[in-house]
Structures are given as C-alpha cells and as structure tokens.
Write a protein that binds this ligand. Sequence first.
Ligand code: ZN
Length: 351
Amino acid sequence: MAVRPEGFARLQPASAAAVRQLSPALFGLVTLAGRPSLTGCARNCTRRWASVGSVCLLIALFQAVPDAPLIVAANRDERYDRPAVAMTVLRDSAPRILGGRDELAGGTWLAVNDSGVVAGLTNQPSADGRDPSKRSRGELPLAFTAHAGAAQAVEAVCAKLDPADYNPCWMLIGDRQALYSIGLAGAGSAEVEQLGPGLHILENAPLRAGSAKVALVRQLVAQTRSEQPDGGVASTVAALEQVLRIHQPAVPEPRTDDSGRVWPPEISAPCVHTAGYGTRSAMTVVVPLNGLPALRVADGPPCEVPMKEAETVVVPLNGLPALRVADGPPCEVPMREVTGMWDRGPTLRQA
Ligand SMILES: [Zn+2]
C-alpha cells in the first residue's frame, strides 16, 4: 500500500522521465509488508508533552560540501508510547519514497525520494496535543516528495495548501538545486523562503525565530566539523551524527511557556531524554551530485543505537520482509539482496 496523502493525489505529476533507474539497493527493494512496531524506548508515557508527528531537530547543509549538494541530519523526538517505524518504503515508485512512518496518523516526519528531494517537518509543541479536527501534518512530507524536484514541489503543493487546515508546523524542502523553508502556522498561504548555501537549522519554531537550541546546534556543528580531518562527505556526516548524540541542554533551567506548561531543560538538547518523551530515532541523508540519496538511520536514540545504512534496517510497509545474505564469511563475501525468494524460487543479485 503506497501512502498517498488524501487530497494530494492531484498533486503528483512527477515525471516518469525524471525518475532515475533504480539501483538494487534500498531504493530498488520491492515494497513489502507492514509491521507496526515501537522504535526506541518503550517506556510508558501518560503525559502529552507535545503533538509531534515530526522531526524535532532538522539540520541541513546546502551546497556547502563538495560532492554532496544537500546533507540532512535529523532527530525525531516523540512520546515513547507512540508507535512508529524508523525507516520504511513509503511509496513504491514514481517516485520511490523512503522515510520513517508514524503508525498512529500514518504520515511521516522526514521523507526522501529517489530524485533527491528531501522534506522534513517540525511542529509547534502543544500542551493540549494536536487539534484532531485538522489534517495530519505527516501527509505533508509525502506530498512534497511526490515531486521530482524541490522547486516544482514547493510551487505545486503550496499553491493548493491552506496552513489553517493543519496544526502549526514548519518544513525544510530541498534537493540538489534548491532549499526552501516553508512556514505553516497561520491562515492564508504558506510562508515560503528560498534559502541560500550554508547551514540551516530548524527546531520546533519558525526558521527565523531563533532559539537557544538553534544557537547551540549551530555552534556544535561548527565545532564538530572543525574537528574532522577533512571537509568531505563522510566526515561531515560523522560530525552531524555526533551532534545528534549530544545531551548538552541549550538552556540551564526549565522554561514555562505561554500556557503555563513547564518544559525541562533536557528538551533543549540535540538528543532528548525525559520521562515520557524523547529522541526516538535519527536519520542522516546525503544527496550526492549524481545517483540515489544515501540514508543512515538509528532506530532508537542515536546516543544508544548506532547509525546504520538504511537498507539494513528497513521495515517493509506491505508484503514480505527483505533479506540480505552473505554466502560465506561476511568479512570476505559481499552481502547480496535476496529477491524473488517467496514466489519464484531464490535468486541472488549483486547488492
Ligand atoms: Zn541521547
């Protein structure tokens, strides 16, 4: 079952010509059967810190690293008891979309398609939770990544989008050529800003609002990148993943918001741990100059769970599980994807 945001079917003119030939890696897997599962800690939670079907820290390096026009790193913060899958195939083809899946509302917080379009979502924490009369924000990343390019996606989706239909949220939409900030926190039309090359950080607030958390993360990214031996793609991803694991709060004391709710300082750290709410999973995305995006995911807090290539942890949405096997010692024999095993007898192809 492909996830198709209700009401957005008409907004999916992704050109088949623009959808590249898929490799036999993750973007080429057959979409298989859903297995709702909890990611991260399964601690009980009765408090609603927020209504968060979203990433809560979204870091984008746009046209700032040679050979990778767009690199994204994200921590998804959520109640521990909200079921989710950290990585799965969200849509089969034209374009193929990968990302996490919120099993409660059915949407996603961060989606990536095979053309290199990345769409991530943060929202406005609410003491009362989401307004159930409004549409799920989790459909938005899917709507944007249904397009073959970020500019095309922003133009098409925003033309028909009324922010009042959703609880407040903010997004970054990007690909190799362009990066946009989208604000959906009022009535009328979405606030769209095209962003220049450099580092952009989005948390649970408008991009330009600024916050202690954004300032801290900016400082941490600069520091960790400066400690890397070079400015290449791998070392940059390593630096960003290091930031995602940091527990240093941006503010020393609890904060009381306008509604009187008290937020602990731990919420302001990149990696969040509180009694009922915290960082549930993490993801990095590298959109290279050519070829398919590379995704790494931690199916749990990145401080505890190592980041892995997404194809090793993918949980299929429908159908059958995906298997990879080494016919010999895995240190010597490459892992190969098992295909057709369930219906046509086993075959192996080079992964
Ligand atoms: Zn942590």
